[in-house]
Design a protein around this ligand. Structure first.
Ligand code: PLP
Ligand code: COI
Length: 367
Protein backbone atom coordinates (compact mmCIF):
# COMPACT_ATOMS: atom_id res chain seq x y z
CA UNK A 1 0.00 0.00 0.00
CA UNK A 2 1.06 3.53 -0.65
CA UNK A 3 2.84 5.21 2.21
CA UNK A 4 1.98 8.46 3.91
CA UNK A 5 3.22 11.47 1.97
CA UNK A 6 5.58 14.08 3.24
CA UNK A 7 3.50 17.26 3.42
CA UNK A 8 6.35 19.65 4.00
CA UNK A 9 5.72 22.65 1.82
CA UNK A 10 2.16 21.69 0.85
CA UNK A 11 0.33 24.99 0.68
CA UNK A 12 -3.25 25.65 -0.34
CA UNK A 13 -3.97 27.70 -3.44
CA UNK A 14 -7.24 29.66 -3.41
CA UNK A 15 -9.58 30.20 -6.31
CA UNK A 16 -12.54 32.22 -5.00
CA UNK A 17 -15.97 31.53 -6.45
CA UNK A 18 -16.67 34.04 -9.26
CA UNK A 19 -20.42 33.98 -8.56
CA UNK A 20 -21.14 32.95 -4.96
CA UNK A 21 -24.71 32.43 -3.75
CA UNK A 22 -26.42 35.83 -3.37
CA UNK A 23 -26.64 37.20 0.18
CA UNK A 24 -30.44 37.11 0.33
CA UNK A 25 -30.66 33.51 -0.94
CA UNK A 26 -27.96 32.51 1.55
CA UNK A 27 -29.77 34.24 4.41
CA UNK A 28 -32.90 32.27 3.58
CA UNK A 29 -30.99 28.98 3.80
CA UNK A 30 -29.25 30.01 7.02
CA UNK A 31 -32.53 30.76 8.75
CA UNK A 32 -33.78 27.22 8.15
CA UNK A 33 -30.92 24.96 7.02
CA UNK A 34 -32.28 21.49 7.83
CA UNK A 35 -29.56 18.89 7.30
CA UNK A 36 -27.38 18.09 4.30
CA UNK A 37 -29.32 19.76 1.52
CA UNK A 38 -27.40 22.98 0.82
CA UNK A 39 -23.69 23.44 0.28
CA UNK A 40 -21.43 26.45 0.68
CA UNK A 41 -19.59 28.34 -2.08
CA UNK A 42 -16.26 26.52 -1.88
CA UNK A 43 -14.68 23.11 -1.42
CA UNK A 44 -11.21 21.72 -0.76
CA UNK A 45 -9.44 19.23 -3.02
CA UNK A 46 -6.12 17.44 -2.55
CA UNK A 47 -4.87 14.76 -4.93
CA UNK A 48 -2.78 11.70 -4.26
CA UNK A 49 -0.74 9.57 -6.60
CA UNK A 50 1.43 6.63 -5.65
CA UNK A 51 5.07 7.68 -5.86
CA UNK A 52 4.14 11.36 -5.65
CA UNK A 53 2.12 11.52 -2.46
CA UNK A 54 -0.37 14.27 -1.61
CA UNK A 55 -0.22 17.26 -3.92
CA UNK A 56 -2.18 20.22 -5.31
CA UNK A 57 -4.02 21.32 -2.17
CA UNK A 58 -6.60 23.89 -3.21
CA UNK A 59 -9.74 25.77 -2.25
CA UNK A 60 -11.96 26.00 -5.31
CA UNK A 61 -15.55 26.98 -6.19
CA UNK A 62 -18.04 24.32 -5.08
CA UNK A 63 -19.24 22.27 -8.03
CA UNK A 64 -19.27 18.97 -9.91
CA UNK A 65 -16.02 17.04 -10.29
CA UNK A 66 -14.85 15.16 -13.38
CA UNK A 67 -14.42 11.44 -12.76
CA UNK A 68 -13.34 8.69 -15.15
CA UNK A 69 -16.20 6.17 -15.52
CA UNK A 70 -13.68 3.47 -14.61
CA UNK A 71 -12.71 5.22 -11.35
CA UNK A 72 -12.34 2.41 -8.81
CA UNK A 73 -14.66 4.07 -6.28
CA UNK A 74 -17.60 3.68 -8.67
CA UNK A 75 -17.05 -0.07 -8.88
CA UNK A 76 -15.51 -1.26 -5.63
CA UNK A 77 -16.59 1.50 -3.21
CA UNK A 78 -13.11 2.35 -1.98
CA UNK A 79 -14.28 5.45 -0.10
CA UNK A 80 -14.14 6.83 3.46
CA UNK A 81 -15.52 9.97 5.08
CA UNK A 82 -15.73 11.99 8.27
CA UNK A 83 -18.31 14.26 9.85
CA UNK A 84 -17.55 17.17 12.18
CA UNK A 85 -18.91 20.62 12.87
CA UNK A 86 -17.65 24.19 13.09
CA UNK A 87 -19.38 26.41 15.65
CA UNK A 88 -19.78 30.14 16.03
CA UNK A 89 -18.64 30.86 19.58
CA UNK A 90 -20.40 33.11 22.03
CA UNK A 91 -17.72 35.78 21.41
CA UNK A 92 -18.13 35.68 17.62
CA UNK A 93 -15.10 33.44 16.99
CA UNK A 94 -15.19 30.11 15.13
CA UNK A 95 -14.10 26.74 16.52
CA UNK A 96 -13.91 23.08 15.55
CA UNK A 97 -14.63 20.34 18.08
CA UNK A 98 -11.84 17.75 18.47
CA UNK A 99 -10.82 17.84 14.77
CA UNK A 100 -7.66 15.83 15.46
CA UNK A 101 -9.89 12.97 16.68
CA UNK A 102 -11.63 13.00 13.30
CA UNK A 103 -8.22 13.07 11.59
CA UNK A 104 -7.13 10.01 13.58
CA UNK A 105 -10.34 8.11 12.86
CA UNK A 106 -10.07 9.06 9.19
CA UNK A 107 -6.64 7.44 9.05
CA UNK A 108 -7.89 4.36 10.89
CA UNK A 109 -10.59 4.09 8.21
CA UNK A 110 -7.96 4.64 5.50
CA UNK A 111 -5.87 1.75 6.83
CA UNK A 112 -8.89 -0.59 6.85
CA UNK A 113 -9.80 0.37 3.27
CA UNK A 114 -6.20 0.07 1.99
CA UNK A 115 -6.01 3.78 1.28
CA UNK A 116 -3.14 6.21 1.92
CA UNK A 117 -3.23 8.09 5.20
CA UNK A 118 -3.51 11.86 5.22
CA UNK A 119 -1.19 13.56 7.72
CA UNK A 120 -3.33 14.69 10.66
CA UNK A 121 -2.20 18.30 10.42
CA UNK A 122 -3.07 18.36 6.72
CA UNK A 123 -6.57 17.00 7.45
CA UNK A 124 -7.16 19.68 10.09
CA UNK A 125 -5.70 22.41 7.89
CA UNK A 126 -7.97 21.36 4.99
CA UNK A 127 -11.01 21.61 7.27
CA UNK A 128 -9.83 25.00 8.56
CA UNK A 129 -9.33 26.29 4.99
CA UNK A 130 -12.85 25.14 4.09
CA UNK A 131 -14.49 26.87 7.06
CA UNK A 132 -12.57 30.13 6.60
CA UNK A 133 -13.44 30.25 2.89
CA UNK A 134 -17.14 30.12 3.79
CA UNK A 135 -17.35 31.81 7.17
CA UNK A 136 -20.47 33.73 6.09
CA UNK A 137 -22.34 30.41 5.96
CA UNK A 138 -23.09 29.87 9.66
CA UNK A 139 -26.78 29.27 10.34
CA UNK A 140 -28.62 31.99 12.19
CA UNK A 141 -31.12 29.50 13.61
CA UNK A 142 -30.80 28.41 17.27
CA UNK A 143 -28.56 25.36 17.57
CA UNK A 144 -27.16 25.78 14.05
CA UNK A 145 -23.61 24.94 12.99
CA UNK A 146 -21.56 24.26 9.88
CA UNK A 147 -21.41 20.52 9.13
CA UNK A 148 -18.14 19.49 7.50
CA UNK A 149 -17.73 16.42 5.37
CA UNK A 150 -14.13 15.43 4.61
CA UNK A 151 -13.91 12.38 2.34
CA UNK A 152 -11.50 10.39 0.20
CA UNK A 153 -12.09 8.09 -2.75
CA UNK A 154 -10.19 5.97 -5.26
CA UNK A 155 -10.01 8.00 -8.47
CA UNK A 156 -7.75 5.68 -10.46
CA UNK A 157 -9.29 4.34 -13.69
CA UNK A 158 -8.70 0.61 -13.28
CA UNK A 159 -11.05 -2.36 -13.05
CA UNK A 160 -8.73 -4.93 -11.50
CA UNK A 161 -9.53 -5.60 -7.86
CA UNK A 162 -6.62 -4.20 -5.84
CA UNK A 163 -6.02 -1.01 -3.82
CA UNK A 164 -6.03 1.97 -6.17
CA UNK A 165 -2.96 4.08 -6.88
CA UNK A 166 -4.71 7.43 -7.17
CA UNK A 167 -7.05 9.14 -4.71
CA UNK A 168 -8.82 12.41 -4.16
CA UNK A 169 -9.43 13.97 -0.75
CA UNK A 170 -12.10 16.64 -0.48
CA UNK A 171 -13.92 18.71 2.12
CA UNK A 172 -17.39 20.14 1.56
CA UNK A 173 -19.50 22.13 4.01
CA UNK A 174 -23.20 22.37 4.66
CA UNK A 175 -25.09 24.68 7.02
CA UNK A 176 -26.89 22.45 9.52
CA UNK A 177 -29.84 22.70 11.86
CA UNK A 178 -31.66 19.72 13.32
CA UNK A 179 -30.78 16.29 11.84
CA UNK A 180 -34.24 14.86 12.52
CA UNK A 181 -36.97 16.36 10.37
CA UNK A 182 -39.79 15.30 12.69
CA UNK A 183 -38.77 17.81 15.37
CA UNK A 184 -40.29 15.34 17.89
CA UNK A 185 -38.95 15.61 21.46
CA UNK A 186 -37.75 11.98 21.31
CA UNK A 187 -37.07 9.67 18.38
CA UNK A 188 -38.47 6.26 17.61
CA UNK A 189 -36.23 3.36 16.63
CA UNK A 190 -36.72 0.24 14.53
CA UNK A 191 -34.62 -2.82 15.44
CA UNK A 192 -33.54 -4.31 12.13
CA UNK A 193 -33.32 -7.97 11.19
CA UNK A 194 -30.47 -7.05 8.87
CA UNK A 195 -26.84 -7.00 9.97
CA UNK A 196 -24.70 -3.88 9.61
CA UNK A 197 -21.26 -5.25 10.41
CA UNK A 198 -19.70 -8.59 11.25
CA UNK A 199 -16.52 -9.35 13.23
CA UNK A 200 -13.55 -8.80 10.95
CA UNK A 201 -15.57 -6.56 8.65
CA UNK A 202 -15.55 -2.79 8.23
CA UNK A 203 -17.95 -1.78 11.03
CA UNK A 204 -15.41 0.35 12.88
CA UNK A 205 -14.42 2.23 9.72
CA UNK A 206 -16.37 5.19 8.43
CA UNK A 207 -16.67 3.93 4.87
CA UNK A 208 -19.53 4.58 2.47
CA UNK A 209 -20.11 0.85 2.05
CA UNK A 210 -21.37 0.53 5.63
CA UNK A 211 -24.01 3.13 4.91
CA UNK A 212 -24.96 1.57 1.57
CA UNK A 213 -25.69 -1.66 3.43
CA UNK A 214 -27.84 0.27 5.94
CA UNK A 215 -30.17 1.80 3.37
CA UNK A 216 -32.68 -1.04 3.02
CA UNK A 217 -33.01 -1.35 6.81
CA UNK A 218 -33.23 2.45 7.09
CA UNK A 219 -35.94 2.64 4.44
CA UNK A 220 -37.78 -0.10 6.29
CA UNK A 221 -37.57 1.88 9.55
CA UNK A 222 -38.90 5.00 7.79
CA UNK A 223 -41.75 3.15 6.11
CA UNK A 224 -42.81 1.78 9.50
CA UNK A 225 -42.88 5.32 10.88
CA UNK A 226 -39.58 5.31 12.80
CA UNK A 227 -36.72 7.83 12.75
CA UNK A 228 -33.66 5.56 12.86
CA UNK A 229 -32.64 1.95 12.49
CA UNK A 230 -30.88 -0.03 15.22
CA UNK A 231 -28.51 -2.90 14.51
CA UNK A 232 -27.86 -5.89 16.73
CA UNK A 233 -24.67 -7.95 16.62
CA UNK A 234 -24.13 -10.22 13.62
CA UNK A 235 -23.34 -13.48 15.44
CA UNK A 236 -26.18 -13.84 17.98
CA UNK A 237 -28.54 -11.08 16.87
CA UNK A 238 -28.95 -10.26 20.52
CA UNK A 239 -26.60 -7.47 21.60
CA UNK A 240 -27.32 -3.83 20.88
CA UNK A 241 -24.64 -2.28 18.66
CA UNK A 242 -25.54 1.14 17.27
CA UNK A 243 -27.94 3.08 15.07
CA UNK A 244 -27.52 3.73 11.36
CA UNK A 245 -25.65 6.97 12.08
CA UNK A 246 -25.33 7.29 15.86
CA UNK A 247 -24.09 5.56 19.03
CA UNK A 248 -26.43 4.70 21.91
CA UNK A 249 -26.34 5.29 25.68
CA UNK A 250 -28.49 3.75 28.42
CA UNK A 251 -29.19 5.51 31.74
CA UNK A 252 -30.13 3.52 34.87
CA UNK A 253 -31.89 4.41 38.09
CA UNK A 254 -28.76 3.61 40.16
CA UNK A 255 -26.83 6.53 38.67
CA UNK A 256 -24.94 4.48 36.11
CA UNK A 257 -24.69 4.90 32.37
CA UNK A 258 -23.82 2.24 29.79
CA UNK A 259 -22.81 2.28 26.14
CA UNK A 260 -21.96 -0.69 23.91
CA UNK A 261 -18.25 -1.46 24.02
CA UNK A 262 -16.03 -0.98 20.97
CA UNK A 263 -15.78 -4.50 19.62
CA UNK A 264 -14.62 -3.59 16.13
CA UNK A 265 -18.12 -3.73 14.65
CA UNK A 266 -19.33 -0.27 15.71
CA UNK A 267 -18.06 3.20 14.93
CA UNK A 268 -15.95 4.70 17.74
CA UNK A 269 -17.94 7.94 17.97
CA UNK A 270 -16.22 11.12 19.06
CA UNK A 271 -19.45 12.31 20.68
CA UNK A 272 -19.61 8.93 22.49
CA UNK A 273 -16.08 9.35 23.79
CA UNK A 274 -16.75 12.96 24.88
CA UNK A 275 -19.95 11.98 26.71
CA UNK A 276 -18.19 9.15 28.55
CA UNK A 277 -15.83 11.77 29.96
CA UNK A 278 -18.57 14.29 30.77
CA UNK A 279 -20.78 11.65 32.43
CA UNK A 280 -17.92 10.52 34.68
CA UNK A 281 -17.37 14.16 35.66
CA UNK A 282 -21.05 14.38 36.60
CA UNK A 283 -20.38 11.62 39.13
CA UNK A 284 -22.07 8.84 37.17
CA UNK A 285 -20.72 5.32 37.07
CA UNK A 286 -19.71 4.89 33.45
CA UNK A 287 -19.65 1.47 31.81
CA UNK A 288 -18.79 0.19 28.35
CA UNK A 289 -20.19 -3.27 27.86
CA UNK A 290 -22.74 -5.56 26.29
CA UNK A 291 -26.48 -4.97 26.59
CA UNK A 292 -29.06 -7.23 25.03
CA UNK A 293 -32.31 -6.13 23.43
CA UNK A 294 -34.20 -8.44 25.84
CA UNK A 295 -32.54 -6.93 28.91
CA UNK A 296 -33.19 -3.42 27.61
CA UNK A 297 -36.87 -4.24 27.22
CA UNK A 298 -37.08 -5.87 30.69
CA UNK A 299 -35.23 -2.95 32.34
CA UNK A 300 -37.49 -0.40 30.63
CA UNK A 301 -40.53 -2.31 31.94
CA UNK A 302 -39.19 -2.61 35.49
CA UNK A 303 -38.11 1.03 35.64
CA UNK A 304 -34.45 0.15 36.13
CA UNK A 305 -33.64 1.75 32.78
CA UNK A 306 -34.84 5.35 32.88
CA UNK A 307 -33.41 6.94 29.73
CA UNK A 308 -31.86 6.06 26.39
CA UNK A 309 -30.25 8.51 24.02
CA UNK A 310 -28.54 8.52 20.65
CA UNK A 311 -25.44 10.60 20.02
CA UNK A 312 -23.33 11.70 17.10
CA UNK A 313 -22.05 14.76 15.33
CA UNK A 314 -25.19 15.18 13.26
CA UNK A 315 -27.66 14.07 15.97
CA UNK A 316 -25.77 15.72 18.89
CA UNK A 317 -27.64 14.09 21.83
CA UNK A 318 -31.14 12.91 20.93
CA UNK A 319 -33.53 11.15 23.33
CA UNK A 320 -34.96 7.78 22.28
CA UNK A 321 -38.63 7.45 23.24
CA UNK A 322 -39.76 4.25 21.59
CA UNK A 323 -38.18 1.02 20.40
CA UNK A 324 -39.93 -1.38 18.01
CA UNK A 325 -38.98 -4.74 16.56
CA UNK A 326 -40.79 -7.73 15.02
CA UNK A 327 -41.53 -8.87 18.58
CA UNK A 328 -43.40 -5.71 19.54
CA UNK A 329 -42.49 -2.34 20.96
CA UNK A 330 -41.65 -0.69 24.25
CA UNK A 331 -41.41 2.84 25.61
CA UNK A 332 -38.46 4.36 27.47
CA UNK A 333 -39.46 6.25 30.61
CA UNK A 334 -42.32 8.57 29.76
CA UNK A 335 -41.43 8.43 26.05
CA UNK A 336 -40.01 11.95 26.12
CA UNK A 337 -36.58 13.47 26.85
CA UNK A 338 -35.00 12.36 30.12
CA UNK A 339 -33.31 14.67 32.62
CA UNK A 340 -29.80 13.30 32.35
CA UNK A 341 -30.00 13.25 28.55
CA UNK A 342 -30.84 16.95 28.60
CA UNK A 343 -28.14 17.74 31.13
CA UNK A 344 -25.42 15.98 29.14
CA UNK A 345 -26.62 17.59 25.93
CA UNK A 346 -26.47 21.06 27.48
CA UNK A 347 -23.00 20.42 28.85
CA UNK A 348 -21.65 19.15 25.52
CA UNK A 349 -23.27 21.89 23.43
CA UNK A 350 -22.16 24.53 25.96
CA UNK A 351 -18.54 23.43 25.59
CA UNK A 352 -18.78 23.22 21.80
CA UNK A 353 -20.11 26.79 21.62
CA UNK A 354 -17.69 28.29 24.12
CA UNK A 355 -20.38 28.92 26.74
CA UNK A 356 -18.96 26.41 29.23
CA UNK A 357 -15.24 26.25 30.05
CA UNK A 358 -13.36 23.69 27.93
CA UNK A 359 -11.18 21.87 30.43
CA UNK A 360 -10.16 19.10 28.00
CA UNK A 361 -8.67 21.02 25.10
CA UNK A 362 -11.52 19.87 22.82
CA UNK A 363 -12.37 23.26 21.36
CA UNK A 364 -10.02 24.26 18.58
CA UNK A 365 -10.39 27.93 17.76
CA UNK A 366 -9.69 28.80 14.12
CA UNK A 367 -10.89 32.42 14.02
N1 PLP B 1 -22.16 5.54 14.49
C1 PLP B 1 -22.35 5.75 13.18
C2 PLP B 1 -22.70 4.60 12.33
C3 PLP B 1 -22.19 7.04 12.65
O1 PLP B 1 -22.38 7.27 11.35
C4 PLP B 1 -21.86 8.11 13.51
C5 PLP B 1 -21.71 9.47 12.99
O2 PLP B 1 -20.67 9.88 12.62
C6 PLP B 1 -21.65 7.83 14.87
C7 PLP B 1 -21.83 6.54 15.33
C8 PLP B 1 -21.27 8.90 15.84
O3 PLP B 1 -19.94 9.32 15.62
P1 PLP B 1 -19.47 10.79 15.98
O4 PLP B 1 -19.89 11.05 17.37
O5 PLP B 1 -17.99 10.76 15.83
O6 PLP B 1 -20.13 11.72 15.02
C1 COI C 1 -22.37 12.23 11.45
O1 COI C 1 -22.95 12.42 12.51
O2 COI C 1 -21.42 12.93 11.09
C2 COI C 1 -22.76 11.16 10.59
O3 COI C 1 -21.97 10.72 9.81
C3 COI C 1 -24.13 10.64 10.70
C4 COI C 1 -24.85 10.57 9.39
C5 COI C 1 -25.10 11.92 8.81
C6 COI C 1 -24.18 9.64 8.45
Amino acid sequence: MASTADTTGLTFTRNPHPAPVAADARAQVLANPGFGTTFTDHMVEIDYAEGQGWHDARVVPYGPIALDPAAAVLHYAQEIFEGLKAYRLADGGIALFRPEANAQRFNASARRLAMPELPEDLFVEAVRQQVLADKDWFPTVEGGSMYLRPFMFASEAFLGVRPARQYKFMVIASPAGNYFKSGAPAVSIWVSDYTRAAPGGTGAAKCGGNYAASLVPTAEAFSRGHDQVLFLDAAEHKWVEELGGMNLFFVFDDGSILTPELTGTILPGITRSSLLTLAAEEGLTVREGRYSLDQWKADAASGKLIETFACGTAAVVTPVGKVASRDGEFTIGSGGPGQLTQKLRQKLVGIQRGEIADTHGWVSRIA
